[in-house]
Design a protein around this ligand. Structure first.
Ligand code: SF4
Length: 335
């Protein structure tokens, strides 16, 4: 894109962002700790789910020092429901490094952030540009799609990042990066871009021509079964092995084979993890059932790193209460 067109693109995009940006809690602050936590939570996770957990996480761990001082199991417990628990482990590891080796000082550059656990090129650039105003372009999936469509080509690797750097508004890099992501998330969407509402349509080489058509779902379907066993105010849970590839050290209900005969499950829930949609049947099993596990008292459940599915089942069974995000009444829809 010619330099003059680039300038026009930047000013139109930024004006649109200022008028139309969604009111998201992490956008109210440029504090590096808050920006960092939000960027890690937002990786591969829906905005609505992050909103549910963001305030509570910051209430429990208001500073990097407080996060570093807590045990990993407490951090995992607060992360429960967000999935991809490796992110929480790496966030905790990075917090310890910042608190101890960097004496609580956050790196002011993307290069500095990239030295920390769990921080890739996109996340480093996003934090450095939003919190410190460093002119570093951040390319996530949304930005990549916008760049492809605007430029009418599909660069990859270094060329893609160079295209983002060329377009970046170096005076307002944090706002510009967020505006590109917002455009990709709300207007230049994967299948049906709303080009007629797009602030940069006049500078766009394709105007929606590269939009993908309806795609068939590649989600797999599986049915799994869990035992729900209660004894007084206790519930039987198992912990995933430390060496498990998925969610090591997390607690869940004992998984069982489908009971035969004409028995009916207590209830069924739906749960999706990456490319698989699970139909989860939960069976009320009596006390004599020979199933390994530990008896956990109800008050302890909230402090335990539970898998998202275990939390969902325990809430559905009325054993745990549904969390209500601060500032919201129960049942209020998320933004
Ligand atoms: S005109 Fe359409 S395809 Fe081009 S950037 Fe805007 S929404 Fe995307």
């Amino acid at each position: 894109m010619l330099q003059a067109r680039c300038q026009e693109f930047r000013s139109r995009l930024l004006a649109w962002y200022q008028a139309n940006a969604r009111d998201l809690p992490w956008r109210k602050s440029h504090d590096p700790y808050r920006v960092w936590v939000s960027e890690i939570m937002l990786q591969q996770t829906r905005v609505a789910a992050v909103i549910e957990h963001y305030h509570e996480f910051l209430r429990l761990f208001p500073t990097v020092e407080k996060l570093a001082a807590r045990r990993e199991s407490s951090v995992l417990a607060a992360w429960s429901g967000l999935g991809y628990y490796r992110r929480a482990r790496l966030l905790h590891a990075a917090a310890k490094l910042i608190a101890r080796s960097l004496r609580g000082k956050f790196p002011p550059t993307a290069e500095g952030w990239r030295q920390l656990p769990g921080i890739g090129r996109y996340t480093a650039a996003a934090i450095a540009s939003i919190a410190f105003g460093e002119p570093a372009a951040a390319v996530d999936g949304n930005v990549e799609r916008v760049l492809e469509r605007v430029n009418g080509n599909s660069p990859s690797g270094g060329e893609l990042w160079q295209a983002a750097e060329d377009l970046l508004d170096r005076a307002r890099p944090g706002d510009f990066n967020q505006a590109m992501m917002e455009l990709g998330a709300t207007v230049c969407t994967p299948r049906a871009p709303r080009c007629r509402m797009c602030p940069v349509i006049e500078m766009c080489a394709t105007r929606g021509e590269l939009a993908g058509g309806a795609q068939t779902s590649r989600q797999k379907k599986r049915e799994i079964h869990y035992a729900l066993r209660c004894r007084g105010s206790q519930v039987c849970l198992v912990v995933r092995p430390r060496h498990a590839a998925l969610m090591p050290g997390m607690w869940e209900l004992p998984q069982i084979e489908a009971p035969g005969g004409h028995a009916k499950p207590a209830f069924t829930v739906k749960h999706s993890i990456t490319t698989t949609d699970y139909t989860v049947r939960v069976w009320n099993l009596g006390l004599p059932a020979r199933i390994p596990g530990r008896w956990i008292s109800r008050p302890r459940l909230a402090r335990l790193p539970l898998t998202g599915l275990a939390r969902k089942i325990l809430r559905r069974a009325g054993i745990m209460q549904r969390a209500v995000p601060r500032g919201q009444s129960p049942g209020r829809p998320h933004a």
